[in-house]
Design a protein around this ligand. Structure first.
Ligand SMILES: [Zn+2]
Length: 132
């Protein structure tokens, strides 16, 4: 699949997945808005597909969206009204920065903490590099 195919897929209808590259599929966020709160009801599934701790992903989402929130039983509730699109955009950014290996573009990576720094270690190609 080349880049144009990805773009075309992106344009056709509602996205089923945030990112599709071979077997790597991240479910699109399903959100429930109630007043001034937004709940991502499949947050746990999203984190599972990324192979990341819910805590880590939640912190990133809250920071990027500039809000506070709480997590309970695989759901993430955000203070404020957010659309599924805006949540998906942040998750996509997270995937690009913290999940996809920048060398081989596969998602088979792990985060490693060393002191204050975080490294991405790719199990597919062996690359290791620091991220902010
Ligand atoms: Zn790699």
């Amino acid at each position: 699949m080349d880049y144009d195919d990805l773009l075309n897929r992106g344009k056709s209808g509602l996205p089923e997945n945030v990112e599709t590259r071979g077997r790597f599929e991240v479910p699109a966020a399903r959100v429930l808005q109630q007043g001034k709160k937004t709940t991502v009801i499949n947050f746990g599934d999203i984190c599972d597909s990324l192979n990341r701790e819910q805590d880590t992903v939640a912190k990133y989402l809250l920071r990027e969206l500039g809000t506070a929130g709480s997590r309970r039983e695989g759901r993430l509730t955000l203070n404020g009204a957010f659309t599924a699109d805006s949540v998906n955009a942040v998750i996509k950014k997270y995937v690009e920065s913290y999940v996809m290996c920048r060398e081989c573009h596969l998602p088979d990576t792990k985060l490693q903490k060393e002191g204050r720094r975080t490294f991405i270690r790719c199990e597919a190609c062996g690359a290791r590099y620091g991220v902010d």
